[in-house]
Design a protein around this ligand. Structure first.
Ligand code: CA
Length: 262
């Protein structure tokens, strides 16, 4: 126990290091995937200021490989990239990562196209954008809990209190796991948080502003329309029909509420 912990930069159990650091290490990692180097640097600087360890990458193909190594919490991803475009990068990264992905687009119209493609990004920003606003969104998201319990730990712990059941749908709020008829459903953070918000009080209809407040935080400034996009993805994964959801019901002109799967 008396080994030279202080000399090791990664010493465990010594959290009470006195010297205040100007840039506290948060243990969070971010990737900036953008071939316009000056823009990448600006975004990286803001992220570093907030305590992120940042990896910059200017090539789509390389980004896919790097994302596996870095396992980032946040990815700021440009749509137009050499190697592989942002849509394809997003799709491939999504197969193994629940990182918060913000897509950068050159034109507003591209957002609609992206939404149609449902590539699995969490948010979109059109260039030119305010780095401050980007950071505000990222910060709001980072206040949300991370997905899933530690892997490889078979949870024998009674999680009964955090289980919510709606027909065949079971939501483990604590473990952040969702099953339909016993089959695990892989949701992104945003999709899970929307489902958690809706199922918290199943009789209550939540409007878009309320969902935004519950999921992204009360200070989030963005498009209500994003809610519909994520609801669409959520329904598809839960096996809901587009028009009349079984689990996520549309209440016309008001918002959404939980259904019981029928
Ligand atoms: Ca670009």
């Amino acid at each position: 126990m008396m080994e030279a912990m202080a000399s090791s930069p990664r010493a465990l159990g010594t959290t009470e290091v006195a010297a205040p650091t100007p840039r506290p290490a948060t243990g969070l990692r971010a990737m900036v995937v953008e071939d316009e180097r000056s823009l990448a640097d600006v975004v990286a600087t803001y992220l570093e200021r907030d305590g992120f360890e940042v990896t910059i990458c200017g090539d789509g193909l390389q980004a896919v490989t790097l994302a596996r190594q870095v396992d980032p919490d946040v990815i700021v991803l440009d749509l137009g990239l050499p190697g592989l475009d942002g849509v394809e990068v997003c799709r491939q990264v999504r197969t193994h990562s629940d990182a918060y992905i913000v897509m950068l687009t050159a034109r507003t119209e591209e957002v609609d196209t992206l939404i149609g493609l449902s590539v699995g990004s969490d948010d979109y920003m059109t260039k030119p954008f305010s780095p401050r606003e980007l950071m505000a969104r990222i910060q709001a998201m980072m206040r949300r809990p991370r997905t899933g319990p530690a892997a490889g730990a078979p949870a024998q712990v009674a999680a009964g209190e955090s289980l919510r059941k709606f027909g065949d749908l079971t939501i483990d709020v604590q473990g952040r796991e969702v099953t339909v008829a016993g089959n695990a459903i892989a949701l992104t953070r945003t999709e899970f948080d929307i489902l958690a918000a809706l199922s918290r009080d199943p009789g209550v209809v939540l409007g878009r502003p309320q969902l935004i407040s519950a999921v992204w935080g009360p200070n989030w400034v963005g498009d209500d329309h994003l809610v519909d996009v994520h609801i669409g993805h959520l329904r598809r994964k839960l096996g809901d029909e587009a028009t009349r959801g079984r689990y996520v019901r549309t209440v016309r002109g008001v918002g959404y509420r939980m259904g019981i799967g029928q």
